[in-house]
Design a protein around this ligand. Sequence first.
Ligand code: COA
Length: 320
Amino acid sequence: MTVRILGTGSCLPETVVTNDFLSGIMDTSDEWIASRTGIRERHLVKEETTAQMAAEAAKRALEDAGAEASDIDLIIVGTITSDHVTPSAACEVQDIIGAENAIAFDISGACSGFMFSLHTAYAYMQAGMSKKALVLGAESLSRIMDWNDRSTCVLFGDGAGAVVLGADATGLLAFDQGTDGARGKVLTCPGRLNNNPLVQQGLQQGYVQMDGQEVYKFAVSTVPASIQKVLKKANVRTEDIKYFLLHQANIRIIQSVAKRLKVSEDKFPLALDHCGNMSAASVPVLLDEVNKKGMLKRGDKVILAGFGAGLSWGTALLEW
Ligand code: COA
């Protein structure tokens, strides 16, 4: 017995922001952004919150799975942009969708957050601690962007994706995941400073800072190696994979991974052109788009891979 994805859902904020719009408010261009990243537009929150988007994605995933909120006994949200320090986004999702039988918590794994959440839910289920789980990636990344730093703010977008997991004879077949905290400084976002009667360092506004070239080098070496490890664990050949659904950071990273694996780029569906990099939400939103377009049939083998800040990475092989 393993764990299978029974349904998917996603939710993007209503407002679309194009590269041309950004060129009107900062020194950039559609040509610069699209040629280096593949991104043409992204959705940004106005009234929406991380928890609202996550809850909507969860409802759509439950509908797709033919499951009820009351069936769910575990909710995990991968996010670095929950609306509050506490309660977690997962607790808010539980309340909004009425999953009163679930325990709920967030995982802070940045762009690997959905993959870490998926693996954790899998472990709960294999240990007999959960029968039906909701796993999400949800981000309002635009909150933590420095909108005066054109080298980062143009890359990211907001959104949420969800999957429902249940026990089945096939499904998630193998995982690989890792972290390299020693290289963490290449992609950071500061949190709160010490603030108590002994020391007052004041309130600090924390924004994402990135050494883009170092992140690029990390991704193009680590991701293909992680995919190969997972394939080896499951004794599955690269050519048996129908789709490689990678974290949507940058088209050049995806092209390089395809080249290193000697796989056609056609097997790497994209959402980054219209979503940008949504951190933990990238993989589940892409999976939902691929599923809802009817591109998957039972028995197809699919790779999911997330990677980014931490540094961290997580890869899974599944049979649909
Ligand atoms: N518009 C126009 N020019 C820009 C710009 C923008 N939005 N952002 C940066 N530039 C400029 C820089 O100021 C620099 O100008 P200079 O040469 O006059 O100093 C020039 O473009 C090159 O900048 P650089 O940072 O060297 O660009 P790059 O070729 O490395 O591309 C990234 C930048 C971010 C696209 C690239 O490094 C990358 O994709 N890295 C991976 C990042 C990633 O995916 N992170 C998320 C992982 S989860």
